[in-house]
Design a protein around this ligand. Structure first.
Ligand code: GUN
Ligand code: ZN
Length: 453
């Protein structure tokens, strides 16, 4: 149930003290478990973390994690197409370029209808929150008004969201294309203004410049969008080297650029605020360029598997110093669960370890590293590392309460069976490999309860 529909004073209180077990990943290799702990939250920000005592101040609304449950940082989905949510699970045996034509462009085009857009965007916001996603970086469609509607709805539900209008001015369907490069920029500006109007300080809602991907963007529009991002200090998101035919197409379209990554760099689109989705087929030189530019990668293992795009070697990117987070890439990815992507990130990494030229064991991601990517890694990619991603004084309280199905905290209908003799690390592993949205009991963004089962 979405909290915007509830009005109880307690649910709306911004001064909280939460007690029980808190689990997070302070570093890539460490799962920290804080048991019998009290976390104080004032105006959405964590003000202290201490051992829980029996006397708690009456000034703070008290929330205790039921036995067998724990608080975990909210997930950060660094790449999701809100508009494609109705197609989740519908992809046949297509690969990227056919899939875009057959399934994706027609659906996105139809979302210029505000009634349909409201229905789809309300649902995707609800579903991502129900899966513990507290921050999402959304692609909408090319339509300005309904992209602005997505921003309004995200603000209303309380999710932290980056809102992007898809820019495409070439190699696109005749009825789903920006007429000129200038229109791509001007229409993006209108979304930027709207986001800044509804959330002037960008506390929850921020605009993000969104050239769809190089093939559907003229060099002139890419450069115009790069200039806009620079002038307005904006985040940027796009796709890079997802599938081999796409890479070949880019080489033909942009003969003057040194590589696919250089197409974006030539347009000033590789910045510390850039999020590049997929990055499966990249040369060492491109990886070096991304690291130098401090641009981030949205690793989308479910989508890469579903569309047969390839196995991304994320440890290679991480070793090179590239920032990495996880993305669901709905509806290339069939699931809007970041947890599903945590799980598949580890499985794909085992396959990468078998590939020629890999460093074997070094390519494998543990479930702890994958949880780090889903929280702190994502925060770094989105430039939110000072605000969210873990439990520390000074950070905002973006969190989920996870129930695993024991004793009082029993989650009816959970696929995770906990027998009681597992330690917290083992319980967390069971959540990663067996859990789903049934285990997400409550969700907070900046201390506000935004979802409750
Ligand atoms: N490349 C360009 N557009 C898209 C899209 O909508 N989804 C995915 N997965 N890749 C893209
Ligand atoms: Zn995508």
């Amino acid at each position: 149930m979405l909290r915007s529909s509830l009005t109880s004073a307690a649910a709306m209180s911004r001064n909280l003290v939460l007690t029980g077990t808190f689990i997070h990943t302070p570093s890539k290799t460490k799962l920290e478990v804080l048991t019998n702990t009290a976390v104080f939250v004032e105006n959405g920000v964590i003000t202290s973390i201490m051992p829980a005592t029996s006397s708690l101040p009456s000034t703070h609304h008290h929330i205790a994690s039921p036995e067998g449950s724990f608080f975990f940082p909210g997930f950060i989905d660094t790449h999701i197409h809100a508009s494609q949510y109705p197609n989740s699970g519908i992809f046949g045996t297509s690969t990227l370029l056919d899939w875009l034509k057959k399934y994706t462009f027609p659906l996105e085009r139809s979302l210029a209808d505000p009634v349909k857009a409201r229905q789809v965007y309300s649902r995707v916001l609800q579903r991502t929150l129900a899966n513990g996603t507290t921050t999402a970086s959304y692609f909408a469609t090319i339509d300005v008004d309904t992209t602005n509607l997505l921003a309004d709805l995200a603000l209303e539900t309380g999710q932290r969201a980056f809102i992007g209008r898809n820019c495409m001015d070439q190699e696109s369907p005749a009825d789903y294309v920006d007429p000129t490069p200038e229109a791509s920029v001007e229409r993006t500006q209108r979304v930027v203004e709207h986001c800044r109007k509804i959330d002037p300080e960008g506390k929850l809602i921020r605009p993000i410049v969104t050239p769809r991907f190089a093939p559907t963007c003229s060099a002139k529009s890419l450069r115009g969008l790069g200039d806009l991002a620079e002038k307005e200090d904006l985040h940027i998101q796009t796709h890079l080297s997802e599938n081999k035919p796409e890479c070949e197409w880019v080489a033909q379209l942009f003969e003057g650029s040194k590589s696919y990554a250089h197409v974006y760099d030539d347009a000033k689109l590789l910045t510390p605020k850039t999020v590049l989705a997929h990055v499966v087929h990249v040369s060492d030189e491109e990886v070096k360029l991304l690291a130098e530019r401090k641009s981030g990668v949205a690793h989308c293992p479910v989508s890469n598997n579903a569309l047969g795009s390839g196995c991304c070697g994320v440890k290679r990117l991480m070793r090179a110093g590239v920032k990495v987070g996880l993305g669901t890439d709905v509806s290339g990815g069939y699931s809007c669960s970041v947890l599903e992507n945590v799980r598949q990130a580890t499985l794909v990494s085992s396959l990468v370890a078998l590939q020629d030229g890999s460093k074997g064991e070094e390519e494998k991601l543990t479930f702890i590293e994958a949880l780090w990517l889903a929280t702190r890694g994502g925060a770094e990619v989105m430039g939110l590392e000072d605000k969210v991603g873990g439990f520390e004084v000074g950070k905002e309280f973006d969190a989920q309460l996870v129930g695993l199905g024991t004793v009082e905290g029993k989650v009816k209908d959970s696929a995770v069976d906990v027998f009681g003799w597992e330690d917290w690390e083992e319980k967390t592993a069971k959540w990663v490999y067996r859990g789903d949205e049934r285990n997400t009991l409550k969700v907070w963004v900046a201390g506000r309860e935004v979802y409750s089962k």
